[in-house]
Ligand binder design. Structure first.
Ligand SMILES: [Fe+2]
Ligand SMILES: [Fe+2]
Length: 191
């Protein structure tokens, strides 16, 4: 299991609650991108059927999350908003080794798992802070989904690669992720 090396401070929740519509727009973008990334990865690794099965399933689930966030935005008379780059994801993708095909696959699986772990941490913080109501229920459910996805990707990595190699690489990538996220401003975005 992935244990993150940086804990998000409470001020992040305050920043989100101060501009919840912007947060929802960013959240919607993250779900949409997660779905697209899962499909892209399934196609690129078409020769590993268990991986493809898991990724196709995941893509559908992430798209369903997107649809749910979109519905919340509509209820608040807010649209999807403009697409904007996500420096967290860009920097994290920079840590993926691209020379050898096996390193590339391992790093991608682990980066997916770390992103899910971060989503799980932050949605959980938000769910705890929200008053009883549909939004709290929504973010509580999402926290559980992200925890499941975090486990899915580490399990897939361990099925394909030597567990010691996986554990070592998790340690390195978790440290890299901690440095990346700690350097980003606390604002009304998921990352
Ligand atoms: Fe999701
Ligand atoms: Fe997810």
């Amino acid at each position: 299991m992935i244990l993150l090396a940086y804990q998000t401070p409470r001020e992040w929740v305050d920043a989100v609650r101060a501009d919840f519509d912007s947060f929802l727009q960013d959240h919607a973008a993250n779900e949409r991108k997660a779905s697209a990334a899962a499909i892209q990865m399934a196609v690129q690794h078409h020769d590993i059927p268990p991986l493809v099965d898991a990724l196709v399933e995941l893509a559908g689930e992430e798209m369903d999350h997107f649809r749910q966030v979109y519905e919340i935005l509509r209820e608040r008379d807010t649209g999807l908003g403009q697409d904007s780059p996500d420096p967290y994801m860009t920097k994290l993708h920079g840590a993926i080794r691209k020379q050898a095909k096996s390193d590339f696959l391992l790093d991608r699986l682990l980066v997916f798992s770390i992103v899910e772990a971060r989503g799980c941490e932050r949605f959980g913080m938000l769910a705890d802070a929200l008053e009883e109501g549909p939004l709290k229920t929504f973010y509580t459910d999402l926290t559980r989904a992200e925890a499941r996805h975090r486990g899915l990707f580490t399990r897939l990595a361990r099925d394909i690669f030597d567990p010691t190699t996986v554990a070592k690489r998790i340690e390195t990538l978790v440290e890299i992720e901690a440095k990346i996220i700690a350097a980003l401003p606390l604002q009304a975005t998921l990352h």
